[in-house]
Design a protein around this ligand. Structure first.
Ligand code: PEP
Ligand code: MN
Length: 338
């Protein structure tokens, strides 16, 4: 359940509600909305909202039971969409957050060139894989520590905040020292120990949808992160596995408005991994913005033909720049800006 406190609620009133909840076996999470304090009560408290008599306590505006299995990430927990700031970029709110950059960091020159170009085109964040979870153990696995150092260096030169994928505890700990935001990839969406660790981190997390995850499983994965105390979570739809093999995955765009009606978390779309094909990235990026996505994640490489991973889906800087112009027009048509 969530307990919505009155605007006028005093500290001692908040403390009393918290005590009542904790005595009944609930864990209490404070959710600071724009105006009000909301207390999320989760766990196996056993008692229903009604029997606790919370509504009669001073300072309490209302008690809302949450019937869904995910609680803290549910829209009811906040009543409005949340915002996740990453330095100057913000996920959620009126402006789209566009993450762009190469699939993998391959070297200083490649990353700097990509960063300068995507920034010029209007991207707000730079991506670059350091630890690549590849299908084959013989494929390029990423430059790892060296890639993290390069991301930090290029970020300092360009001013762009950075995002990289983490795959385990060691890569998470290391990435947190070098980048502004970490990503949990599709293959790790249900790596519950990694989700918990990311939930204890002090930096924002992108949680990609698993290859065959339902929307509910995806939201439950996000709940793992938020229940550990980190509410800075951005969901990323990146296509799911279906019988269709003409595209790399099947982009589930209906998940965007659906998830936004179920959860307060910002939702972005990755048309690059969703389609696997450069010529489909632009149309799906435009459609994602029209569908209400809070941002995009797009792979851009200075020389896609020579990319060490995901070249066929990577845009050239010129293609990305042209796409950003189209995205601005679509965003304006749906009351956003990019
Ligand atoms: C990526 O963003 O580099 C990536 C590997 O994506 P996904 O986890 O969606 O496959
Ligand atoms: Mn990739």
């Amino acid at each position: 359940m969530v307990v919505v406190m009155k605007l006028s609620a005093r500290e001692d009133e908040v403390a009393m509600v918290r005590q009542r909840l904790e005595q009944s076996g609930f864990q209490v999470h404070f959710i600071h909305g724009v105006k009000r304090l909301v207390m999320g009560a989760v766990g196996e408290g056993g008692e229903t909202a009604g029997t606790l008599g919370l509504e009669a306590l001073p300072g309490v505006e209302k008690v809302v039971p949450i019937m869904k299995p995910y609680k803290l990430v549910s829209l009811e927990a906040r009543g409005e969409g949340s915002q996740v700031p990453v330095r100057e970029a913000v996920f959620g709110g009126g402006k789209l957050a566009v993450i762009a950059g190469p699939c993998a960091v391959e070297g200083r020159e490649q990353l700097l060139e990509a960063a300068v170009q995507v920034k010029k085109a209007g991207a707000g964040l730079l991506r670059g894989g350091a630890f690549k979870p590849r299908t084959s153990p013989y494929s390029f696995q990423g430059l790892q520590n060296e890639a993290l150092r390069l991301l930090a260096e290029v970020s300092a030169e360009t001013g762009l905040p950075t995002v990289t994928e983490v795959i385990d505890e060691a890569s998470l700990d290391l990435a947190l020292e070098y980048v502004d935001m970490v990503q949990i990839g599709a293959r790790n969406m249900q790596n519950f120990s990694l989700l918990r660790l990311a939930g204890r981190a002090s930096k924002p997390v992108i949680l990609k949808r698993g290859l065959s995850a339902t929307v509910e499983e995806w939201l439950m994965a996000a709940e793992y992160i938020v229940s550990e105390g980190n509410d800075q979570v951005v969901l990323c739809e990146r296509g799911i596995r279906t019988f269709e093999n003409a595209t790399r995955n099947t982009l589930d765009l209906s998940a965007v408005p659906l998830v936004k009606s179920l959860s307060h978390l910002p939702v972005i779309v990755d048309p690059s991994h969703a389609t696997g094909a450069r010529r489909l990235v632009g149309p799906m990026a435009r459609a994602a913005v029209a569908a209400g996505a809070d941002g995009l994640l797009i792979e851009v490489h200075p020389d896609p033909a020579r990319a060490l991973s995901d070249g066929p889906q990577s845009l050239t800087p010129a293609e990305f720049s042209a796409l950003m112009k189209e995205i601005r027009a679509v965003a304006a048509a749906v009351g956003r800006h990019a």
